[in-house]
Design a protein around this ligand. Structure first.
Ligand SMILES: Nc1ncnc2c1ncn2[C@@H]1O[C@H](COP(=O)(O)OP(=O)(O)OP(=O)(O)O)[C@@H](O)[C@H]1O
Ligand SMILES: [Mg+2]
Length: 224
């Protein structure tokens, strides 16, 4: 189990009292340190799957183990799990407009009370090329800069798993390359597992493996 970051068996997730079957029995395994791209048409269940893996939501049925934790149990410290193990990057960056870039990056550290949080946040802002803009608020940053703040925020707690939902969707190709290189660097340097939803074939090509969802099911064979 420890060589796999994600083990899912027959995951089902419905909405609207079962009228929408967003995931219709998804089984997959993702190895520690792997970079997996999740592709598929709009509405195929990609974001739903990512939300389950990140313990933002719970499946109706099936098994789901992530970073050694059983995410189907009825009670658990899911907030603690997210803070310790997972970094999220959403398509819309979800920054808080009234806080500076630095304060936004520090948000996930509040849950863990880390003493080195400030230094780590500054180091990451430097790494994404925003050291000189740490005190700007999101409305004073460009779209690409905001997304880079979101990347720094996702990394601040040293997560073992990064979940990214179209993180480069709104970026120009140069910024997209920079964000991808940063994520890939973390994967190779620190063995971070990277699961990235994308519509972009170029982004998918750079992954170790592509998992395709159609109508809530995995289509591509799960090849290892
Ligand atoms: N909160 C919700 N309530 C009701 N239905 C939902 C909810 N979230 C998602 N759905 C439905 O579940 C299905 C899967 O949605 P999901 O967001 O996972 O798709 P997706 O693959 O991420 O699509 P996109 O590429 O457009 O982001 C869709 O039919 C969607 O309408
Ligand atoms: Mg989506």
């Amino acid at each position: 189990m420890s060589d796999r970051t994600v083990v899912a068996r027959d995951l089902v997730k419905t909405y609207e009292n079962g009228r929408t079957r967003a995931l219709d029995g998804v089984s997959l395994e993702i190895f520690s340190g792997e970079f997996v791209a999740i592709c598929g048409p709009s509405g195929s269940g990609k974001s739903t799957l990512l939300n389950l893996i990140g313990a933002l939501d719970r499946p109706d049925s099936g098994e789901l183990w992530v970073a050694g934790e059983d995410l189907t149990r009825s009670h658990g410290d899911f907030a603690g799990f997210r803070a310790r193990k997972v970094g999220f990057i959403f398509q819309l960056h979800n920054l808080i407009p009234s806080l500076t870039a630095l304060e936004n990056v520090l948000i996930p550290t509040l849950e863990l009370n880390r003493r080195d949080a400030h230094a780590r946040a500054r180091e990451l802002l430097e790494r994404v090329g925003l050291a000189d803009k740490a005190h700007r608020r999101p409305p004073e940053l460009s779209g690409g800069e905001r997304q880079r703040v979101a990347v720094a925020r996702a990394l601040v707690n040293n997560p073992e798993l990064i979940l990214a939902d179209e993180p480069t969707g709104s970026l120009d190709s140069k910024t997209e390359q920079a964000v991808l290189e940063l994520l890939r660097g973390l994967q190779s340097e620190r063995g971070v597992t990277l699961i990235l939803v994308t519509h972009d074939p170029r982004v998918a090509q750079s992954a170790d493996r592509v998992i395709e969802l159609v109508d809530g099911l995995v289509t591509a064979p799960v090849a290892f």
